[in-house]
Design a protein around this ligand. Structure first.
Ligand SMILES: Cc1ncc(COP(=O)(O)O)c(C=O)c1O
Ligand SMILES: N[C@@H](CCOP(=O)(O)O)C(=O)O
Length: 415
């Protein structure tokens, strides 16, 4: 372990080696005395900090909790999340002019999305704080994961969904795991505004990605990518391409890389270039990156087939934008048709994903075509959720079943 910090104030309130620091003013706060989501002094986003940052040698075991030395607890409310595959995708690799493409498939998590990594940590923190009710706003996957992990921890779960805009598989998951589901006549951002207000009033513990402990769990995506990529290629990837909604993963991966720099595992100039992809109909981060702005402008009207990333105000933008810049990354918007084509291409390589996940591959293709990604780069695309999350989108992207009569000749005619 390396006794290094990530900058900012030396903590006055360290608790078990972990504390919260404001990314804006640097003020530090005890993590488990009170429930806080933002800096009480300046309203900035909070980040977990530790008195030591582990090296790869310190990790043992499997899944998210293999990385317990970089998490706030030695174990969590776990159903064996993490340890997802880093697939080769020969068809995509042949079609895209880069050195290599690998796909980190987070659809292989217990509830079929990366959110489980955040919830195994976040729900453990909720237990520590002794809260009674967990809550989130969701485009679907967060609600499925929170319902599942809340059930496992025997805690009440409340979820607010944008009415009519959440894929069927996700609502079914939240429902069966026992969450109370409220459908709001508004988009995801409106749901988040409401649930954040409930949390501030103390009516629920918020487990969206504004919660800094959620992102601690999601940091392990980066650790797994780096370990697996180095094992296969002998080096870190040059670039990680990922879909962006609330920008939690972008923030978490940047934090992962910075902690490895702090631990002496990685040089700053080796951090993979974080490359965010949004749907053209919901692209406030892309707009900010392309216009060189430090702040994201809220989009009130958002629309895309990739309902998981139908988000107009990414709450983690103040963490994610610096990550994209510091790593030499970029951001790009893709059309829904490009997303659907990438979903088909991934499926032909044997990787079944929901539309938002396919955005990463669509974005890679676009950036290569535009000459923004070089042919000598080793790239990892993050696919964030399983195909069955959104069966309607999958069926629409696939081919229609052919009705045939009940006899061999009829079947032979059809083939
Ligand atoms: C399947 C899927 N992909 C991507 C995202 C975007 O991730 P983030 O909010 O971390 O940017 C989400 C949710 O936001 C999601 O559910
Ligand atoms: N895609 C998300 C949107 C909410 O993101 P979060 O990471 O802030 O919880 C979802 O599945 O709800």
């Amino acid at each position: 372990m390396a006794a290094l910090d990530l900058g900012g104030e030396t903590p006055s309130v360290a608790d078990r080696g972990v504390w919260l620091a404001c990314i804006e003013c640097g003020e530090t706060h005890a993590p488990f005395d009170d429930v806080i989501y933002r800096c009480p002094d300046c309203d900035g986003l909070l980040e977990a900090r530790y008195d030591e940052y582990p090296t790869f040698e310190d990790f043992e075991g499997r899944g998210v909790w293999r990385y317990a030395d970089s998490l706030p607890f030695p174990e969590g409310v776990s159903i064996e999340e993490g340890d997802t595959p880093l697939y080769s995708v020969p068809g995509i690799e042949a079609a895209v002019d880069v050195e290599s493409v690998r796909v980190k498939h987070e659809g292989a998590n217990p509830t079929g999305a990366f959110k489980d990594r955040g919830m195994t940590v976040g729900v453990r923190v909720a237990q520590e704080l002794g809260v009674g009710r967990l809550a989130c706003a969701s485009t679907g996957n967060t609600s499925a994961a929170l319902a599942c992990y809340g059930a496992r921890a025997d805690l009440d779960v409340l979820v607010l969904l944008p009415a009519g805009k959440v894929a069927a598989g996700k609502v079914a998951q939240a429902s069966l795991h026992g969450a109370k589901i409220l459908e709001v006549d508004g988009n995801f951002d409106a749901c988040l505004d409401i649930v954040a207000e409930l949390a501030t009033r103390g009516d629920a513990y918020l487990l969206n990605s504004i919660n800094p402990f959620r992102l601690e769990g999601q940091k392990t995506i980066g650790l797994e990518i780096l370990e697996a990529h180095r094992e296969e290629h002998g080096e870190w990837p040059d670039r990680v391409v990922l879909p962006v909604g609330n920008a939690g993963n972008t923030a978490a991966l940047y934090k992962c890389f910075r902690e490895l720099v702090a631990a002496g595992e990685m040089r700053e100039d080796e951090m993979p270039a974080l490359t965010g992809v949004q749907a053209a109909g919901a692209a406030p981060m892309v707009e900010a990156v392309r216009e060189g702005r430090d702040e994201v402008r809220r989009w009130d009207e958002v629309e895309t087939i990739a309902t998981a990333i139908r988000i107009g105000m990414p709450v983690n933008a103040p963490k994610a934008l610096p990550g994209i810049r510091a790593t030499g990354g970029t951001a790009v918007a893709v059309e829904d048709e490009e997303i659907t084509q990438a979903q088909r291409d991934l499926a032909r390589d044997g990787v079944g994903v929901e539309p938002a996940s396919a955005a990463s591959v669509a974005g890679l293709r676009k950036l290569v075509d535009d000459g923004e990604i070089e042919s000598d780069e080793r790239v990892v695309c993050l696919t964030t959720g399983h195909l069955l999350k959104d069966p309607d989108a999958a069926a629409a992207a696939g081919s229609e079943p052919i009705p045939v009569p009940n006899d061999v000749d009829g079947v032979l005619d059809a083939i």
